[in-house]
Design a protein around this ligand. Structure first.
Ligand code: ZN
Length: 342
């Protein structure tokens, strides 16, 4: 019932690398089985992510200008008003949760994850991740108890500059809203339609079908399954972590957080092996009342500069103007490459 639609197009060039002989080049267009929108796999060979020298970013001068470094954080970052959080902040381990001085929404918070200014993937340890996720969940539950009638909860994360992260110091973003954002909205609407048509949860079904097919099934943990996305959103693909039987912010207990981190750490090992050091993350919680058809899930999208000479962004007119994601890797090949890290 889940459809994996794909179309392969061919273009012909006279190839200068082969004496201007005719050469056919393929492009594959895929339709995301839930969202219904196209992505393309353009086969111009694999990009080679380049290692960055982080030491040039981690200088006393940069730290002194960073609002999230320990000497600055309480002086120059905002605090919550007492009706939201009586102490102004929420602390958990190294995490400090504070309101975004440039908010995206009525509730737009940041979880500053570390005391260190620069935390490369190798040092993004389970305890740093756990404190951040748990602080975020605690914040969500505190605000939920106040009954603002805001149904959509998301944790998003721009990690390192290629992802669009403006401040190197690691911080996740927490958004509570009545406007979920286009991708979350489409995922919800189409999950509901799928349930109405088939009397089954799309999220349970995609895990079952992908496990059966095997091509994009990275592996599973106790309550989650991990996939490469059929129609990825990023140039180096997209990874999904799905908890079919976990739904709202109230369902996420410590074992779910631990499992989420365990999955992330495995993906990070794979990223490190490829010199990928940046990503966007989205963690989507089911709004109350959608438990039958919507599940907690994570999207992780590697980001990179196309090269380190001029640092071109991996987002260009294809994605911005045509709203068309493209990917230079096959999700099926990437999955096979990733499995040893699982
Ligand atoms: Zn800092």
């Amino acid at each position: 019932m889940i459809e994996f639609k794909t179309k392969v197009l061919t273009t012909t060039i006279l190839d200068p690398r082969e004496n201007f002989d005719r050469k056919e080049i393929e492009t594959e267009i895929r339709i995301d089985p839930l969202i219904g929108e196209s992505s393309r796999l353009a086969h111009f060979g694999r990009l080679n992510p380049q290692k960055e020298d982080f030491s040039s970013w981690d200088t006393p001068e940069n730290r002194s200008r960073c609002p999230f470094c320990p000497t600055n954080i309480e002086k120059i970052t905002p605090r919550f008003p007492p009706e939201h959080l009586p102490d102004g902040y929420l602390h958990k381990g190294e995490t400090t949760l504070l309101p975004n001085i440039s908010p995206y929404d009525q509730f737009s918070a940041l979880a500053v994850m570390s005391r260190e200014h620069v935390v490369p993937l190798e040092k993004l340890s389970p305890h740093l991740l756990k404190d951040a996720f748990e602080a975020g969940l605690e914040f969500f539950r505190i605000i939920a108890a106040k009954k603002y009638e805001l149904p959509y909860y998301t944790i998003i994360w721009n990690y390192m500059p290629p992802s669009g992260g403006g401040i190197i110091h690691p911080h996740q973003q927490l958004i509570i809203s009545d406007t979920p954002g286009n991708l979350f909205r489409k995922a919800l609407e189409n999950s509901r339609r799928y349930y109405q048509a088939h009397r089954q949860s799309y999220w349970k079904e995609i895990c079952r079908v992908e496990k059966e097919k095997g091509q994009r099934f990275i592996g599973e943990l106790e309550r989650s399954c991990w996939l490469t996305s059929f129609a990825p959103l990023g140039i180096m693909g997209e990874f999904l972590g799905i908890f079919p039987d976990v739904h709202t912010i109230f369902d996420v207990d410590e074992t779910v957080v631990d499992e989420l981190i365990s999955g992330l750490e495995r993906l990070f090992s794979y990223f490190i092996s490829l010199n990928i050091y940046s990503f966007n993350m989205g963690l989507f919680f089911a709004p109350a009342g959608t438990e039958q058809y919507f599940s907690l899930h994570l999207r992780l999208i590697p980001r990179l500069y196309l090269n380190l000479v001029h640092r071109p962004s991996d987002i260009n007119a294809m994605q911005m103007v045509l709203q068309e994601p493209f990917t230079v890797v096959y999700p099926e090949e990437q999955c096979a490459e990733l499995r040893p890290f699982w």
